[in-house]
Design a protein around this ligand. Structure first.
Ligand code: WTA
Length: 612
């Protein structure tokens, strides 16, 4: 099926010649980069030392200068940057000037506490303005942030703190989620109990009593007290690290994906402007969390680089009722709405009535991200939410790519279920495991043939892992895909051991490790099982130690353990006790055998594309 977007008042991309991008991507990226501020212009656009790549060589900039400082001498300083709404309906509005001042105060406080250029700072906060302020303050002084999603728990946090060797953590006493209090500071204390951490900065979101360790822990308000509203922005090289974001892969602990000031900035600026089409008049809402890449790129950096007005909501989508999101769109007159297929599938269940009660006529562009969207859900989004007036961009990308890679431009013909094509001259295609490009209709792996500015630079302290993405001269995204005659790409899901549940990216290994911390568990294997709403749910197969008997209580206690060590988002929806797990001769657990059995599929169906 094909749907052509209705002609609206015009898109930002109408002012760009996309033919240039197709013919000479470097030229296109250079033009985009020149719309941003550089302390010193680059000497060369790109340098490739396969599979490593660098962009805007010799250029000096700072992404935060472009997000905030450069507006301060223009009317843009007084534009609303963030409309924030708490789950408990608390509201705050921050102009760019407000945000600038808050960022400067915290940046000065961080310096005061000894944070230097290049130091890693872990940010473990809920969706409150301080989460965004912290990211910007860290980057402003040239330090490196590693944001950890607040839905992770102590072990996940600890692994990330240790891998990045962070000495400073910014957290909160706790936050509200679905009306319940989640105590973050307790989780931090547990995660770092035997680690050498210099400072823990604590935002008082709830005002509850927390343990404060003398000399180490300091309240946010005390840290910023008396600090100047001005702070010099550190001049960074294009290739200096901006952040590390941990994400799950096939094996082992999560890997630190590294993004840099220059190329990442140019990539997210361009895609926010030309794919999400954010303009001055827009009220833009992305429902993700800055704890994940979508929030980094399309709540924080991309929108701020475009001087956009952002809606930022703390709470759950369905709290206190399933109309919360539609109320928000109506109240703030949201014009651009960027969300996940999981959320849409969930809301679709409740029918049209809760939606039609609200005036959503402000919407002009919709987007989805994170998982494949089923055509019927796409159509529901198009009709019920978008009233057939809004183009939908189904944006395929990853933590590793930093920015959108496969999608349609907002003025392009849409095909529900197909994300689209490589944008701005990025050549995305479908190949087999030997690097042979496949014909339309043949299923294979999604690959990218050329480099682009926002693609990760490396995996923190793990160059080998970075190199392993590149095979036969191609970047393998670890997704299955198929293209049609026109080159539109349909994404078919992960080809590795990553589970995408409610759009969250988790590795089977991490969940298994969490299950194994339970005293009764001898062995565990985890698979993603297709689910109508969440895309996939986590199913765990557990072998118990001698002397333990299967019971419902034991399942609950295993779930509790996973919640404690890894976090609520990683709790297996289903647990099955088994006597043994299928293994290869070398002892590797054959999860695909479990999956085939679970789904009642012949083994061959799953094995055709997989290597053992
Ligand atoms: C999946 C999220 C289908 C895919 C931005 C990818 C998608 C993984 C789409 C990266 C989409 C992302 N259609 N699948 N539009 N967007 N994915 O790192 O499996 O959390 O490899 O980044 O999400 O997940 P990550």
């Amino acid at each position: 099926m094909e749907i052509s977007p209705k002609k609206t008042t015009g898109f930002n991309l109408d002012n760009y010649d996309l033919k240039i991008a197709e013919e000479n991507p470097e030229k296109f990226w250079e033009k985009i980069a020149s719309e941003l501020y550089w302390f010193k212009k680059w000497e060369k656009v790109v340098e490739i030392n396969y599979p490593f790549h660098k962009w805007f060589i010799g250029g000096k900039t700072n992404i935060v200068y472009n997000c905030l400082d450069r507006y301060m001498n223009t009317w843009r300083k007084n534009k609303v940057a963030i409309y924030w709404e708490g789950e408990n309906y608390e509201r705050k509005t921050l102009s760019y000037f407000d945000l600038y001042k808050e960022v400067n105060r915290l940046a000065n406080a961080l310096k005061n506490l000894g944070v230097k250029k290049g130091d890693r700072v872990v940010i473990y906060l809920p969706r409150i303005p301080e989460q965004i302020i912290s990211m910007l303050a860290v980057a402003k002084i040239g330090a490196v942030h590693s944001v950890v999603y607040a839905g992770f728990s102590s072990q996940a946090l600890r692994d990330r703190i240790m891998d990045a060797d962070a000495k400073v953590i910014i957290t909160a006493d706790g936050y509200y989620y679905r009306g319940k209090v989640r105590k973050l500071k307790e989780i931090v204390d547990d995660a770092i109990k035997d680690l050498n951490i210099n400072k823990v900065i604590v935002v008082e979101r709830l005002g509850i009593d927390v343990d404060m360790k003398n000399g180490r822990d300091i309240y946010y308000n005390d840290a910023v007290k008396g600090m100047s509203y001005e702070c010099k922005t550190e001049v960074m090289d294009s290739e200096d690290i901006l952040f590390i974001l941990y994400t799950s892969g096939t094996t082992g602990k999560p890997k630190g994906v590294v993004h840099v000031h220059g190329g990442y900035m140019v990539g997210v600026y361009a895609t926010t402007k030309l794919i999400l089409d954010v303009k001055d008049e827009d009220i833009y809402w992305c429902t993700a969390d800055p704890g994940w890449i979508t929030g980094h790129s399309y709540i924080v950096y991309g929108p701020l680089l475009n001087n956009a007005t952002i809606l930022f909501y703390e709470g759950a989508p369905d709290y206190p009722n399933i109309e919360r999101w539609w109320e928000l769109i109506e109240r703030y007159r949201v014009t651009i709405f960027y969300t996940t297929p999981t959320a849409l599938r969930y809301f679709k269940r409740f029918g049209e009535e809760p939606i039609l009660k609200h005036d959503l006529s402000s919407l002009r562009l919709l987007g989805t991200v994170g998982e494949p969207i089923n055509p019927e859900v796409w159509l529901w989004f198009y009709k019920t939410i978008g009233r057939e007036n809004c183009p939908i961009v189904d944006t395929w990308w990853q933590t590793e790519t930093g920015m959108h890679v496969v999608t349609t431009y907002p003025n392009m013909k849409m095909k529900p279920g197909y994300a689209g094509k490589g944008i701005f001259g990025i050549k995305a295609d479908v190949a087999d495991e030997n690097g042979k490009i496949l014909n339309p209709g043949e299923k294979g792996y999604l690959v990218i043939k050329n480099f682009f500015p926002a693609l990760m630079r490396t995996i923190y302290k793990n160059e080998e892992k970075y190199k392993s993405y590149f095979r036969h001269g191609l970047y393998y995204a670890e997704d299955y895909a198929v293209k049609d005659e026109e080159g539109y790409i349909m994404i078919l899901g992960r080809s590795d051991e990553v589970i995408k549940t409610s759009g969250y990216r988790l590795g089977t290994f991490e969940i298994e490790s969490a299950i194994l911390t339970h005293e009764a568990v001898a062995e565990a294997a985890v698979i993603g099982k297709p689910h109508e709403i969440k895309g996939e749910i986590i199913k765990a197969f557990v072998v118990l130690k001698e002397g333990y008997k299967p019971s419902e209580e034991l399942k609950e206690s295993i779930r509790k353990k996973v919640r404690e060590v890894l976090g609520p988002i990683a709790v297996p929806a289903e647990i099955e006790f088994v006597d043994s797990l299928p293994k290869t001769r070398s002892g590797k657990i054959m999860r695909r055998v479990l999956k085939a059995r679970e789904l009642g599929l012949p083994l061959g169906d799953l094995s055709t594309l997989e290597e053992d």
